[in-house]
Design a protein around this ligand. Sequence first.
Ligand code: ACO
Length: 352
Amino acid sequence: MIRAKIAGIGHYVPNNVVSNDDLSKHMETSDEWIQERTGIKERRFGTKHEESTTTMGYEASKVALERAGITAEEVDFIIFATLSPDYYFPGCGVLLQRALGITKTEIGALDVRNQCSGFVYALSVADQYIRSGMYKNILVVGAEMHSMGLEFTTRGRGVSVIFGDGAGAAVVQATEEDKGILVSELHSDGTNAEILSLLSPGSHGGVHHDDKEQFGFPDKSTLGGTFITDKMLENGHHFPYMDGKSVFKKAVVKFPEVIKSTLDKIGKTAEDIDLLIPHQANLRISQFIQKVLGLKDEQVFNNIHKYGNTTAASIPIALSEAWEEGKVKEGDTICLAAFGSGFTWGSVIIKW
Ligand code: ACO
């Protein structure tokens, strides 16, 4: 039986450390407020116009490839998850392929747009390709350069204090050993899709689906439209919007629910988890999940205090760090779980 194992995991975070006090020089906020609500002490920001989501993904990929003991030419598919791509299009998958110099083989590259659960979705997709025998080595990347798209003012403080930059990558490889991804489960509910969203640029004119009239849309006087208008910029519709309380309420229900049901599929319970790596959304959310599942401190990995919420990158960065710290060992049952914008959520159980 062919299974998909993680043969190598790596991460990259920029050198520039931005503390809560640094943020408070640009907006009305405080170290106390941020730490109390989110558990975040600092985050990393990439170097403007030098680093990007792709360059960070490239750095993380090099580490993952080296740890897997394969060269870039041996990769036969790329899956790249991000919500902060270098360009609106093409996606980061092909940019990473170019950066890695994988030109001869003309392998496929797929971009995943599932925000916080992007890496879990990407891993699940990779698992299916490997199990079907289609590919042998898939490079799965989650990377974000949020700092280029946040509003560092008091108006934007509810969102901008939470996010940070970074990247993680995994070489997902076919194996006939008794190890690898055991099961994955994916979900979504678009009922309140705009609760955590970035509306502009977009083909809906940068306005909420239920809110067309607010900015005089649709403008029937011209043929076609524009992805971004001055009005949208003025109203900050090119920055992420989040109804934090609603996200929190849904996350604390869906995280434990999906973890339990994924474990249940393979006859396991929370007790069997050696390490849970939840998407690093907010320390309060992770603590809530831990409590509901009755997990001990050593069963849950958190590093949000150092990096903030790095969205699609948070799970692979955390997995890579946990592995480096010796917290992910041969034979361990590792549970990855994510919840985020969409809403989308999911879980992957791995026998390491
Ligand atoms: N510093 C100081 N004050 C702030 C800040 C800030 N950075 N941000 C908001 N405030 C103020 C608000 O203006 C408000 O002031 P008011 O009472 O005078 O109106 C007050 O603090 C309370 O604001 P709320 O938004 O109600 O704050 P809340 O207690 O809900 O905390 C938070 C906000 C931390 C976002 C919380 O809702 C939360 O943790 N939500 C979960 C969402 C999350 O973690 N998202 C991560 C991304 S999504 C994902 O990865 C799943």
